[in-house]
Each structure stands twice: as structure tokens, then as C-alpha cells.
Ligand binder design. Structure first.
Ligand SMILES: [Fe+2]
Length: 468
């Protein structure tokens, strides 16, 4: 079978140049979060129903849905692709992608990441491999891997490549997650200058502002670019979530609630895991900030979560489904979900899988802790989370997303009478987040509970709250 250019600088095995460029357009759609990315892949397979890499990519897209049902379809695509690769001459790069999909379907996400990184050694401009590696490193909670994975290929890129902006935006996000805020912001801003519709890069800058407590600036940044980033697929709700988070930290709770209803939770029927992750974490945080969110909102999320009790693609996501069940007070469903997670993590057939290992090491304890919090036993939650604090990163997601678990721990330590731990945690947290009114307020409570002078902490909280 001949090879043709995909329009992104790479050769791809295809029946025609038309199929190859449709494939390139699919990769571009994936990286740019276009709403028609599925149609682009369909167009590719219409142009060439036997294109090997298109079938692998179909499998990738199914896996990205992160549900058991879609994983079955991914395995089907893997089967089709495996047959095609046996019949047709393909390039080493394409064979590398088949190996990556095989590893992913077997639950070996680290193996898939290694396969993508191997591809990138010889094909540093393979954006499909690079973006998927970025995804895998993200759900490994490794900012360093996200940063370095992109840095390793930059020698092969320049501004003439149509996806150069996306590349440096990814680099910016990796830098931010690795703690290099200055350099991360610089790269991500440059990416947004190249393409303001690049929602991942808009959001990378928002992450820097979140980490540095630049709440007002964060709102203005997201608002100012809204006509652009809001054109992307459901990832736009995650950008809305970031804006809501900035308002939350400014105690603009009515604004948060309004954004929740109008945006963050406005497309739950699409049943996309990131939407539920955004929504559940926001409701949980709103309650920690003292807002009554009402039973209907939780119930809506819990109904969705109930459909995913058997999905174990990402423990980070499962924990958010559990959050929804617990928030709605559906303790029986929550207990069933935890038992299913336990069975998955310990089953001989799955226990060596990447996510099973993380579930065993961290996920189950976090699940039990959240359940303890909602069962009126915050001290038990503290005893479960405290020893794991530095391992929570392994569940993946961003620092900003995982912060909900730290807030939970802080709140549980105060409510559970773990005064010394609360004081220590809040001493740490106010150093890390000096602009967090919520943290200073809690710090004041912890100091008062310890019989210490809380006036400075309380004054700082008041100052931050009235500064707006
Ligand atoms: Fe984010």
C-alpha cells in the first residue's frame, strides 16, 4: 500500500492522498478540540475504509471516552487494525501506534505511553503520539513527564508547522504542572497569540493564575478570550470550571452557582466524564465554602454516576463519580461503587493494570475517606488521607483539580477534632496559597481551636474577602 503526506509533515499508509489528508485533518481536529473531530475520522474511513492508522486512531478515540462500553469498541477497532497490519505493509511509526493501542486496551497505560515516546524518538513531529503521551502523563499526575515529553521534540518543530502553537501550549501546561510558572505562562501566552481558539493553552495560562492566586486576573483572562475558546468541544466547560473556581476563591458564590447551572453542568446529557468531574468537584467545593447547593443538582450528577459503577478506566474519574453519589446521599450506591473498585483493583486479571495499581495504592483510601466524611466520621477520613498526601498526585489530573482532596482533608481535620494536623496543614497551605481567603479563615479556626491567637489569620481572611 502506498504512503501519502498527511499534510502535517508525516507519511501515512493510505489508499489515496485524499484519505491521508483527511487523516491529517482528524489529527488536527483532535489536537484543536474541534467539535467535528468524529466526523473527520469518519471522512477518513470513508475515503479509505482499510487505512491502518485510521483504525488505530478510532481505537484511541474510543479509549479517550474513558468508559467500559467505549473500551469494548476500542478493542474491536484494535482487532480490525491488527488484521489490516497483518495484510498491509506499514511504516514503523504506524506499527508503534498499533502497539500503543494494544497496551492501552490491555490496561497498560504506562506501556502505551512508552510506545508513544518510542515513536517520538524517530518521528518527533508525530502530534498524535505527542498529544496522547501528554494525556497519559497527565493521568499519571506527572508534570515533569508532560514538560519533558514536549521539550524532547522541540528540536524538530518551527513556526511553519500548523500545530506549532498547540505544541508550545502543551509545553506551557507541562511547565506549569511541573511548577515553572514563569516559563509556563510565557509559552502558553505565545500559543494563545498564535491561536486564541487554542483552549488547552488558554487554560494553561489560567492554571498558572490559579496556582499563583491571581483570581481577578484569571477571570479577566478567561472572559476576554471567551469568544474564541468557547467554540471548542466539551472541553470548554472545563474552562468555565476554571473561571468558576476563580469566583469561588473570591467568595462570589452566587456567581459560581450561576456559572454551574448555565455552563459547567449545562451538557451533562452528553455523558462526558470531564463534565462530571468539573461539576462534582465544584459542588463539593461550594459546600466546603458554606454554600447550600441543593439536592437536585447532586441528584442529577448521581443519576449519571450510577451508569458508570463498572467503569474503571481512570480512578481519578471514578472518584468524581463517587463524589456525586455521596453528595446526593446515595450511600448504598456509593458502597457498591467502592466494593466494585476494590474487586477491580484486586482481581487477578486486572490487578497489574496501571489504574488497578493506583486504585489499590491511593484510590480506595480516598474513596473510603470521602465516604467517611459523608457518613459523619471526618476523623477516619483524616487517618486515611494523611499518610497518602504525597501519593495523591498519582491519581492524575492537575494540581488545581486534585486540590479538592486537600481541601477535604483540611475540612475533615477541623471537623474531626484533629487540631494539630489542621493547624499544620493550614500553616502549609497559607504559605502555598497566600491569597486564599478560605485557607486563612480555616487557619484562624485551627488556631482558635488550639488556644492560640488567631487574630492575624482572621484579619488576613477578612482583608482578602473585602478586597473584592
Ligand atoms: Fe484545568
Amino acid at each position: 500500500m502506498p504512503v501519502y503526506s498527511d499534510g502535517l509533515g508525516l507519511d501515512v499508509t493510505a489508499a489515496s492522498g485524499e484519505a491521508a489528508s483527511a487523516f491529517g485533518s482528524t489529527v488536527e481536529g483532535y489536537v484543536r478540540f474541534t467539535r467535528d473531530v468524529g466526523d473527520r475520522l469518519k471522512d477518513t474511513l470513508t475515503a479509505d475504509p482499510d487505512m491502518p492508522l485510521a483504525h488505530v486512531t478510532k481505537g484511541y478515540f474510543m479509549k479517550l471516552f474513558g468508559t467500559g462500553a467505549m473500551s469494548v469498541r476500542a478493542e474491536k477497532a484494535l482487532g480490525t487494525a491488527t488484521d489490516l497490519f497483518a495484510r498491509v505493509d506499514t511504516t514503523d511509526r504506524e506499527k508503534g501506534h498499533l502497539a500503543a493501542l494494544g497496551a492501552w486496551c490491555a490496561g497498560d497505560i504506562e506501556g502505551a505511553a512508552e510506545a508513544w515516546e518510542r515513536i517520538l524518538l524517530d518521528a518527533p513531529r508525530d502530534m498524535l503520539a505527542l498529544r496522547l503521551a501528554h494525556f497519559a502523563h497527565f493521568y499519571a499526575g506527572s508534570g515533569a513527564r508532560m514538560r519533558d515529553s514536549v521539550a524532547r521534540v522541540m528540536h524538530a518543530w518551527d513556526r511553519s508547522h500548523p500545530l506549532y502553537g498547540n505544541l508550545i501550549g502543551m509545553y506551557g501546561f507541562g511547565l506549569e504542572e511541573a511548577g515553572d510558572y514563569r516559563k509556563g505562562e510565557r509559552y502558553a501566552r505565545e500559543a494563545v497569540e498564535i491561536d486564541p481558539k487554542d483552549a488547552w493553552s488558554v487554560h494553561a495560562v489560567a492554571h498558572v493564575m490559579e496556582m499563583e492566586g491571581r483570581h481577578r486576573e484569571g477571570i479577566d483572562w478567561i472572559k476576554g478570550l471567551e469568544p474564541h475558546w468557547s467554540t471548542v468541544h466539551n472541553f470548554r466547560f472545563h474552562v468555565w470550571w476554571h473561571r468558576a473556581l476563580f469566583h469561588l476563591e473570591r467568595y462570589e458564590l452566587d456567581e459560581v452557582m450561576a456559572l454551574y447551572d448555565a455552563q459547567v453542568a449545562s451538557d451533562l446529557e452528553a455523558d462526558q466524564y470531564l463534565d462530571v468531574v468539573n461539576a462534582a468537584a465544584l459542588l463539593w467545593r461550594l459546600e466546603l465554602y458554606g454554600m447550600q447547593v441543593g439536592p437536585e443538582r447532586w441528584a442529577q450528577l448521581a443519576d449519571l454516576a450510577k451508569k458508570h459503577l463498572d467503569d474503571h478506566e481512570l480512578i481519578f474519574v471514578s472518584l468524581h463519580y463517587l463524589m456525586a453519589l455521596l453528595g446526593a446521599g446515595r450511600m448504598t450506591d456509593a458502597a457498591e461503587m467502592i466494593e466494585k473498585l476494590r474487586a477491580y483493583a484486586e482481581d487477578a486479571a486486572t490487578r497489574d493494570q496501571t489504574q488497578a495499581r493506583i486504585t489499590r495504592k491511593v484510590g480506595l483510601a480516598l474513596a473510603e475517606a470521602m465516604s467517611a466524611i459523608r457518613s459523619g466520621n471526618p476523623a477516619r477520613a483524616v487517618s486515611l488521607i494523611w499518610p497518602l498526601r504525597y501519593d495523591i498526585q498519582s491519581i492524575g489530573g492537575s494540581h488545581a483539580q486534585r486540590d479538592v482532596f486537600e481541601e477535604m482533608l483540611v475540612d475533615a481535620s477541623l471537623k474531626g477534632g484533629e487540631t494539630a494536623k489542621a493547624r499544620a496543614l493550614l500553616s502549609e497551605r497559607t504559605e502555598k496559597k497566600p491569597n486564599s481567603a478560605w485557607s486563612w479563615e480555616r487557619y484562624g479556626e485551627a488556631l482558635t481551636a488550639s488556644g492560640l491567637d488567631a487574630s492575624a489569620a482572621s484579619a488576613r481572611a477578612t482583608e482578602l474577602r473585602s478586597a473584592h
